[in-house]
Structure formats: structure tokens, C-alpha cells
Ligand binder design. Structure first.
Ligand code: ADP
Ligand code: MG
Length: 240
């Protein structure tokens, strides 16, 4: 579903991604972990062209998104993203947050978009909040709305950038539960996270980034019990 070949990204003189090559299969759940500043967010943002790669190639499905002829808006419709800080539209109700893009971008009718929006709200356990404004929701609820909003576009791939890092501890679980059930539907997911328990339980693979390089790529059972590199060993020691 996703193929990345020799991806480089620099900001001015700062080389942040130093040649990343990997693949994510359809239905696979990949946890991306690594120290702060290692390039995790930049990597994720390259996958939906929120950042323009400096060089290298990325395919989503059979489309090479790094080809200059690619329609960036189409790519983003197909790749849902959830951020640390939710980014909900504050002046719209929860349901309007979910129906806006499908109507505007996909030309869905209001009736269809609302039906789909309500179905998704039910899935994330927030049907009763449909007409509420975001500022009346808890952090965990906001993030579940953000996930539902991304799903409303029927993406093939979902990217998550530290979706629980801004949440109070008691709200982390409800968001991870929603992500876990999404994983069980067969959604292809790439998740930057510091939730090692979640990564171990839900991910099919762990990508460990350090200094802009993909240092390890292994199933969680291997990665967490026997990390190969010294850098991953040291990182895990600090996390535990
Ligand atoms: P991580 O998500 O692993 O913490 P990031 O991908 O956010 O790492 O950042 C990696 C490096 O790139 C950091 O040194 C950061 O300061 C730098 N960086 C990220 N985005 C930009 C940007 N838009 N302009 C300049 N430097 C950036
Ligand atoms: Mg980051």
C-alpha cells in the first residue's frame, strides 16, 4: 500500500531524513518510534505531501505521489491524518466537522454525508455529541472526533502523529481503543507513538527512527525483547 524508496528531506542545511526505504502492506499497522527530533513527524508528513520530499520516491497504492504530475489534493483525500492537537474546526459542530470535507471535496450530498458522519460517530462512541461544538468536548473526545473526521473521507491509509501525547492520562485509553478497533477492520495505519504497550500489542511492525535513519524494522515481539542496535537498546531503556 505504501512504498518509500530512499526518501530524503532537508530543511535548508538540516538533513532530517537521510534515505528511508520501507514498505507498508495493505492492512498492516506500523508503529513508528524514536527519540524526539529523529524525523518521525517529517516522515509521516512526507507520506501525504504535507512536506515535499527533497529526493526519493513514495507510492501510495499504485500511484507515485512524488511524481510532479500527481494531484496533491487527491493524495491527501486518500490518506487520512490525525495530529497530536486535533485541529478540529472550532466554529463547526462535531457532525459538521465530519461532513464538511466529504461534501466540499467529494461532492457528497448533505443527507449522505450526515448519515455516514453519524455512523462514524457511533463507531467512536460519540453519537450523542453530534450537535456539540468542539470546545465542549474533553481531549479524548476531540481526538475521537478527529479520527472519525479523517475516516469520513474513506481513506485507504490512516496516519497518526502522536495522537495521545496531548491527552490527560485517563483519556489515552479511549483513543487507543478506537485505534485498536480501527486496526481490526483492516485499515492500513502508520502511527507515531510513545505508547510502547500499544505498539507491542497492536502493531504488526515497529520502525525505529534515529537521526533521520531507519535503524530497525522488526515485529514488536523481536523489537521489544531483542532490539538489534545499540541506539534502540538505549532508547528502550530510557522508556521503561
Ligand atoms: P520528531 O517528530 O521525531 O520529533 P521532526 O520530524 O518533527 O522529529 O523533526 C526532525 C528535525 O527536523 C528537528 O530537528 C526539527 O527541528 C526539524 N524540523 C522539522 N520541521 C521543520 C521545518 N518545517 N523547518 C525546519 N526544521 C524543521
Ligand atoms: Mg514529532
Amino acid at each position: 500500500m505504501i512504498k518509500v524508496v530512499d526518501l530524503h528531506k532537508s530543511f535548508g542545511k538540516l538533513e532530517v531524513l537521510k534515505g528511508i526505504t520501507t514498505m507498508i502492506k495493505q492492512g498492516e499497522v506500523v508503529a513508528i518510534i524514536g527519540p524526539s527530533g529523529s524525523g518521525k513527524s517529517t516522515f509521516l508528513r512526507c507520506l501525504n505531501l504535507l512536506e515535499e520530499p527533497t529526493s526519493g520516491k513514495i507510492w501510495i497504492g499504485d500511484q507515485e505521489i512524488t511524481n510532479p504530475k500527481t494531484n496533491i489534493m487527491k493524495v491527501r483525500q486518500n490518506v487520512g491524518m490525525v495530529f497530536q492537537h486535533f485541529h478540529l474546526f472550532p466554529h463547526m459542530t462535531v457532525l459538521e466537522n465530519l461532513t464538511y470535507a466529504p461534501m466540499k471535496v467529494k461532492g457528497m450530498t448533505k443527507v449522505d454525508a450526515e448519515a455516514k458522519g453519524l455512523e462514524l460517530l457511533q463507531k467512536v462512541g460519540l453519537a450523542e455529541k453530534a450537535n456539540e461544538y468542539p470546545n465542549r468536548l474533553s481531549g479524548g473526545q476531540k481526538q475521537r472526533v478527529a479520527i472519525a473526521r479523517a475516516l469520513a473521507m474513506s481513506p485507504d491509509v490512516m496516519l497518526f502523529d502522536e495522537p495521545t501525547s496531548a491527552l490527560d492520562p485517563e483519556m489515552v485509553k479511549e483513543v487507543l481503543e478506537v485505534m485498536k478497533s480501527l486496526a481490526h477492520t483492516g485499515m492500513t495505519m502508520a502511527i507515531v507513538t510513545h505508547e510502547m504497550g500499544f505498539a507491542r500489542e497492536v502493531a504488526d511492525r515497529v520502525l525505529f527512527l534515529d537521526g533521520g535513519q531507519l535503524v530497525e524494522d522488526a515485529p514488536p515481539s523481536e523489537f521489544f525483547s531483542a532490539p538489534k542496535s545499540k541506539r534502540a537498546q538505549e532508547f528502550l531503556e530510557k522508556m521503561l
